[in-house]
Design a binder for this molecule. Structure first.
Ligand SMILES: Nc1ncnc2c1ncn2[C@@H]1O[C@H](COP(=O)(O)OP(=O)(O)OP(=O)(O)O)[C@@H](O)[C@H]1O
Ligand SMILES: [Mg+2]
Length: 598
């Protein structure tokens, strides 16, 4: 089966097992930093040892000064106190700093991989999920994973070490009572895993809710002009509040589950102590257990209880982090479906070449929806200008999507200079094409940078030449910082016509043999329109151009016009021949003339 680029959810069901997630996290991300991790753990161990020295010091003070009155101990003891505190401070600092930077590095590396994988996905997959979901996944899940790493890596390790030591102590004190006490450990572990499972499910729901929230937030910001103009502030706040409430309900559930961890452990511990009291009491009454032996055992047991309790309190954070890591890995593993075929060659397009041919091409966006293109055959000779016209929804933009291989055709072939586009590399295909979209897409960078996107690494002279050709140089020079002016979010500091000329300059710079031009539908004022038109004419010169025409002026001088209706080519010819034919084109044209006149 050939891949069709049909969307697959970006954040799919999480089928990765907890153990597999942890193993992958350690292998792929913590893996290269074992040295740092060991250093952090050593520092933390050292801090605990220094903590333990404080009572020892007090003990010495009591013995040597208060009891034995040895004055020569006075200064050394004070100095030792200073030394211990200083060493403890240093190890605390290095331990914390090392561990936290390790977590941050790990998360940044995972985010790098996440974006790398995201941006390489098919357009269909990117379109299938709202960008707000991506952003939430990218930022929120990463934070949860970092928190889990920060507590998980060192604390879980240190508490486990303590637990093992204290348990050994318990068993040495009285192995029979010790074994009796130990039977609660599997119980606690079982309860924590159950609780952890619920927390992971709720946390995943919470992350989904965060994505939904981020979606309405970004929509509100993108639509701010309409919200203001139509007085939709309250409506917008309602939408956001609804998502906030849903998310809050989920988060509160997580809070309740997290809060249950320590009390549940305490219940088990209580049951264990009751059992120990019962058995030890019986042994004392009917046998041999002395008070001293019992006191020693109980002390050991209470010491051992603390790490168990601490571990159970850490577990919810770790569980949430595991759920987040699973989502992150899911995003990292997502792959584009439309990729270079094995053995794909480079598309060769000579200068002034670039003939495009559609042969019986059919395509549907969704398998169960009807076809968007039906047996389309098109011929765009090299160096000529071919226009696509037709009613809205006829499939004109879809033809561009297929040429660029944003989607793969379901049947038929598309060839450039006789080379099937499915048999060449995506990179060489897209390098041969420049596109000017209906809405000019600008990034909040300088004008020069925005133009240079057409040909990364272009010199300032080349950028200026392109801007001159696009009739943009003059207005750019009038801006306060010229070519270094930042255009604002989406280019909002420029007018519609100016944005378009920047987009045209970008396409000029690309100097690709094939030009795909989706004309802006929004009307520009006459001067601006004339400038854009003049720029376009220069851009089309010596290039194979396919233009989706919304303006009559563009169509009239086209070498060839294809008229599309409901995904099919219904007419083909020049303006004159089509007008003479009196078909759909003629009626569209006279309709447009009527509109222009009214
Ligand atoms: N990403 C998509 N997913 C599903 N269906 C789509 C998608 N893009 C377009 N369509 C559908 O395909 C059909 C053709 O759309 P297309 O964008 O090619 O029309 P068009 O001829 O460019 O129209 P217009 O002149 O309004 O831009 C329409 O019915 C549209 O609803
Ligand atoms: Mg369109």
């Amino acid at each position: 089966m050939r891949s069709t680029g049909k969307p697959r959810p970006v954040t799919g069901p999480l089928d990765m097992k907890t153990g597999a997630v942890i193993a992958r996290l350690l292998r792929d991300y913590v893996g290269g930093q074992w040295g740092l991790l060991s250093l952090a753990i050593l520092c933390m161990l050292f801090t605990s040892v220094m903590n333990g020295l404080v009572p020892v010091l007090v003990n010495w003070e009591v013995k040597q000064i208060f009891i034995r009155h040895k004055e020569d101990w006075l200064i050394p003891l004070a100095l030792m106190a200073v030394g211990i505190v200083a060493l403890r401070a240093a190890s605390l600092y290095f331990g914390r700093a090392t561990l936290d930077s390790l977590s941050e590095r790990t998360v940044a590396a995972a985010q790098t991989d996440m974006f790398g994988s995201l941006i390489n996905r098919d357009l269909a997959a990117l379109n299938a999920v709202h960008s707000g979901q991506f952003i939430a996944n990218f930022l929120y899940d990463a934070t949860l994973m970092r928190d889990a790493l920060t507590v998980g890596l060192a604390s879980v390790f240190l508490e486990s070490v303590q637990l093992v030591i204290f348990l050994a102590y318990v068993l040495i004190s009285d192995w029979q009572l010790g074994l009796l006490a130990l039977i609660v450990i599997p119980g606690v572990a079982w309860a924590m895993e159950r609780l952890g499972g619920s927390i992971r499910r709720a946390a995943t729901r919470g992350m989904q809710d965060t994505g939904d929230l981020s979606t309405v937030l970004s929509e509100a910001m993108d639509g701010r002009r309409i919200i203001k103009a139509y007085g939709l502030e309250a409506h917008s706040a309602e939408r956001v509040n609804a998502r906030l409430n849903t998310r809050l309900a989920t988060l509160l559930k997580v809070v309740r589950l997290r809060a249950a961890a320590a009390p549940v452990t305490d219940l088990f511990a209580g049951a264990m102590i009751a059992m120990v009291l019962l058995v030890a009491g019986w042994q004392n009454l009917h046998g041999h257990l002395t008070f001293n032996a019992f006191a020693g055992f109980l002390t050991a047991l209470l010491l051992a209880q603390q790490p168990v309790r601490n571990l159970s309190q850490l577990w919810p954070t770790v569980s949430t982090g595991i759920a987040a890591a699973a989502r992150i890995f899911d995003a990292i593993d997502a792959r584009a479906e439309i990729v270079d075929r094995p053995g794909a060659g480079t598309l060769n397009v000579a200068a002034k070449a670039g003939a495009v041919r559609f042969d019986d091409v059919s395509f549907a966006y969704h398998p169960d929806a009807g076809p968007t293109l039906k047996n389309v055959t098109l011929e765009v000779p090299a160096g000529q200008k071919v226009a696509l016209v037709g009613p809205s929804g006829a499939g004109k933009s879809t033809i561009f999507n297929l040429i660029l291989r944003f989607y793969e055709a379901d049947g038929g072939t598309i060839a450039i200079d006789g080379q099937d586009i499915q048999g060449v590399t995506m990179e060489s295909l897209r390098a041969a094409i420049a596109i000017v979209t209906q809405e000019a897409i600008l990034f909040d960078e300088s004008i020069a940078d925005n133009i240079a996107l057409g040909l990364p690494g272009a010199t300032r002279a080349a950028i200026e030449a392109a801007a001159r050709d696009a009739a943009a140089h003059d207005f750019i020079m009038e801006l306060p910082e010229g070519y270094d002016t930042k255009v604002g979010e989406g280019g909002l500091k420029l007018s519609g016509g100016q944005r378009q000329r920047i987009a045209i300059a970008r396409a000029m710079l690309r100097a690709a043999p094939i030009l795909l031009l989706d004309e802006a539908t929004s009307a520009l004022d006459t001067t601006s329109e004339a400038r854009v038109q003049e720029a376009l004419t220069r851009l089309m010169k010596d290039r194979t151009t396919i233009v989706i025409a919304h303006r009559l002026s563009t169509v009239v001088d086209a070498d060839r016009i294809y008229v599309l209706d409901q995904g099919q080519v219904v007419e083909m010819g020049t303006h004159t021949s089509l007008m003479a034919g009196g078909g759909l084109y003629a009626s569209l044209y006279s309709h447009a003339l009527d509109e222009a006149a009214s």
